[in-house]
Design a protein around this ligand. Structure first.
Ligand code: ADP
Ligand code: MG
Length: 700
């Protein structure tokens, strides 16, 4: 039998270069490719004709291009429009793209094309606004993968067209599907009327009917939740059997630091700190999730808890998702530990740490000279090994996977001897309680319910795209009065490159026009780490007035003097992202402002804008999010990124998650090892999906 773990580079037509691009999308093996699911589908069996189109609706149209031209603007630098005119015999339609001049070379008169997107009315005529398109080749009619069927549309890696990717997926299905093993027990599958796994994988890519398509998504979504639930259930029972350092100490350091604070902890912070203190002295590892709205003051609670571990003689690892937050925490905590230099040895480790310095950190960690290490994913480096890691803190945990969190806990000599560190994971993405229990069933939960005193809720103002000038004016006034500000542009994963261009272009324009009297900088994830560091440093110091950025600033950044944020095309962000972004301002006793610029193109977009404009409490935002999105259909999900689920959106599809949890509990109750000993296919998949899975469990 062929092995579905075969690397994709062995497929015909995949050279090293393409293999690398696939890898960027986490596709390494045939199995990964089979699970590389379409982001949407087009029914290319019947087409609507151009004469039937109505404005503000979304369509797929098949038409022949009659002309295509590029227009550069004289008024605005770096601004261009490509216009293609097309017809299907029943009428004419044009399509426009902004700032993508190269399209003028791709699209030519005479080509048959699919256009997909929203149709708007412009100067009395219908027009596609930046549609997706696919050029149909001459011998199209023979080509059954692309037309005349429900056609999958993927997020294409670089160097792949939709058509090439479809071909590759089809070839993998043809060659390897017979090696896909069923993982669910037959009675479970039949009671839920789920198709078998091989059928589901075939039909999720190339469905013959919409019913088959839906069944496939139902099956794959169930698996996604079921495997995740197996993981956390098994891990929970494993954790109970583990031993930990008891971090008992006199808490002198903690008390000194508390007295040294420039503010008083809120009751909520104090309560959570107490919960953690009680856990740390127990000989079983703490597994605690700390939830608290943006700005509620989680960092200080984490720091104060570390002091217990440090006084008890253990090392602390503090992992955060971005370089910017690592730098920031390092700066803040270093200052807080200044008075206790003798006891606290703090250090920073990120991907931009120089090799020499890294070596230095590795050895000092190894012999316990450093006892508080802050860093990014770099903390997972093979070469890093703690001597006696007693406490692990993970900030913005939704940006990490289960496996990464587990990996950090194992990076200590002591762990190898069977003593596990205590673990505190923090998140500002509030989720409804019932969901938290299902999603984080293996964790104890603490919540910081109040914001520090004196905070005034951020004022949120909505502007239409036509009146963005007023928003700029407002921002200008705020900055003129001595505050700093952010301007945020959406960069969505799919068309990163183009959108980045747009953000850069806008930055250049704003710098020369509206904000020419101010100092502006642009920051995004493609900028080198050192440079990011410099920019953030200048911003902290107040030397930059306005920071133009992407959602790289979504989490964690804490600059109190920045109290105005302008978000462009705000309806393109999810509600929780908007809330996180807004959380960057209003971090002082001054009134903060969030200027939301949006001409909502969709109904849900409008509702999100309305919600962000009227609700400031994070937990209420989470509920509104659930309400707006509703228990959803299967695909077309918005990225929520708060769990290890790959397919299912836990907020919208909580029912699947709950269902899967129930079935996983039942299966394990019947015989705690049934799923594993008898069903090796299930075990194999768990191992592949969650590397390091076995070591997360204690199999006694
Ligand atoms: P988050 O929970 O979003 O991570 P931070 O830990 O960044 O929030 O805290 C936000 C700001 O509030 C920080 O500048 C911090 O110093 C300050 N802060 C935290 N706790 C209090 C408090 N009890 N009183 C006043 N300010 C506080
Ligand atoms: Mg934080």
């Amino acid at each position: 039998m062929k092995d579905i773990n075969t690397p994709v580079k062995f497929l015909k037509g995949v050279g090293p270069q393409r293999a690398k691009q696939l890898e960027n999308h986490s596709v390494r093996t045939i199995e990964d490719l089979l699970y590389y699911l379409p982001r949407r589908y087009e029914d290319r069996k019947t087409f609507i004709t151009i004469d039937k189109l109505e404005e503000n609706k979304t369509y797929t149209v098949k038409a022949k291009i009659t002309s295509c031209r590029l227009h550069r603007s004289w008024k605005r630098r770096n601004f261009s429009i490509v216009t293609a005119n097309a017809t299907d015999g029943t009428g004419k339609i044009s399509a426009v793209w902004f700032n993508q001049p190269f399209l003028a070379k791709t699209l030519k008169a005479g080509q048959d094309c699919f256009f997909y997107g929203q149709v708007n009315s412009y100067q009395g005529k219908l027009q596609f606004n930046s549609p997706e398109f696919e050029i149909i080749s001459e011998d199209e009619e023979k080509d059954a993968l692309n037309v005349g069927r429900i056609t999958p549309i993927y997020t294409t890696p670089k160097f792949f067209s939709q058509r090439q990717l479809r071909k590759l997926v089809k070839a993998s299905l043809d060659g390897f599907i017979s090696s896909v093993k069923e993982i669910l027990p037959f009675d479970l599958r039949s009671s839920l009327k789920l198709p078998n796994l091989a059928q589901a994988l075939i039909n999720v890519h190339f469905p013959d009917t919409s019913q088959l398509l839906e069944d496939s998504w139902r099956r794959l979504s169930f698996d996604d939740c079921f495997l995740y639930q197996m993981l956390i259930l098994l891990r929970k029972s494993g954790q109970k059997k583990r031993m930990a350092f008891s971090l008992a100490c006199s808490e002198t350091l903690l008390n000194q630091a508390l007295n040294n604070l420039s503010f008083k902890l809120t009751d909520s912070q104090q309560k959570v700190l107490d919960e953690i203190r009680q856990d740390l002295i127990k000989p079983v590892p703490m597994q605690r999730l700390l939830q608290g709205d943006v700005g509620s003051g989680k960092t200080i609670v984490a720091f104060l808890s570390s002091l217990i571990a440090i006084e008890a003689g253990a090392q602390v690892a503090f992992m955060v998702p971005t370089e910017i937050i690592a730098q920031q925490h390092y700066r803040v905590l270093k200052q807080l530990s200044e008075k206790f230099k003798k006891q606290i040895n703090i250090s920073l480790l990120t991907s931009s740490t120089t090799p020499a310095e890294k070596q230095n950190v590795f050895s000092k960690i190894n012999n316990s000279q450093i006892n508080l290490l802050i860093g990014t994913h770099a903390l997972l480096s093979e070469k890093l090994e703690f001597k006696n890691l007693g406490f692990v803190i993970i900030d913005e945990q939704h940006k990490f996977g289960v496996e990464q969190r587990a990996r950090l806990s194992k990076k200590s000599l002591q762990t190898k001897l069977g003593l596990w560190p205590h673990c505190l994971i923090m998140t500002a993405t509030p989720i409804p309680r019932t969901l938290a229990m299902t999603l984080y069933g293996d964790l104890d939960v603490s919540i910081i319910r109040q914001l520090p005193p004196g905070r005034i809720p951020v004022q949120t103002k909505v502007y239409s795209e036509d009146s963005v000038g007023q928003a700029y004016e407002f921002l200008k006034q705020v900055v003129s009065s001595g505050s700093q500000a952010y301007i945020i542009y959406p960069i969505i994963e799919e068309s990163k490159v183009l959108e980045l261009k747009a953000a850069k272009a806008m930055f250049n324009e704003l710098k020369k026009t509206y904000f020419k009297d101010f100092s502006l900088e642009l920051i995004h994830s493609r900028i080198e780490q050192k440079e990011q560091e410099r920019i953030m440093d200048e911003f902290y110091k107040g030397n930059i007035h306005i920071l133009v950025a992407t959602s790289i600033l979504e989490v964690g950044v804490d600059v109190a003097n920045a109290n105005c944020m302008l978000v462009e095309e705000a309806d393109r962000f999810g509600l929780s992202t908007l809330h996180q972004l807004r959380g960057r301002v209003g971090r002082s006793s001054k009134q903060g402002f969030c200027l939301v610029v949006s001409s909502s193109r969709t109904e849900t977009g409008k509702k999100r804008i309305q919600a962000i404009a009227t609700i400031s409490d994070g937990f209420k935002i989470a509920e509104a999010d659930l309400r707006i999105r509703g228990p959803g259909e299967f695909f077309g999900r918005e990225q929520h990124g708060m769990s290890d689920l790959k397919i299912v959106d836990p907020v919208r599809q909580m029912h699947i998650l709950k269902d899967a949890r129930m079935h996983a509990i039942r299966l394990l109750a019947k015989d705690p090892s049934l799923g594993l000993r008898q069903n090796t296919a299930l075990l194999d998949v768990l191992k592949r999906k969650y590397p390091g899975f076995e070591s997360m469990m204690v199999t006694a």
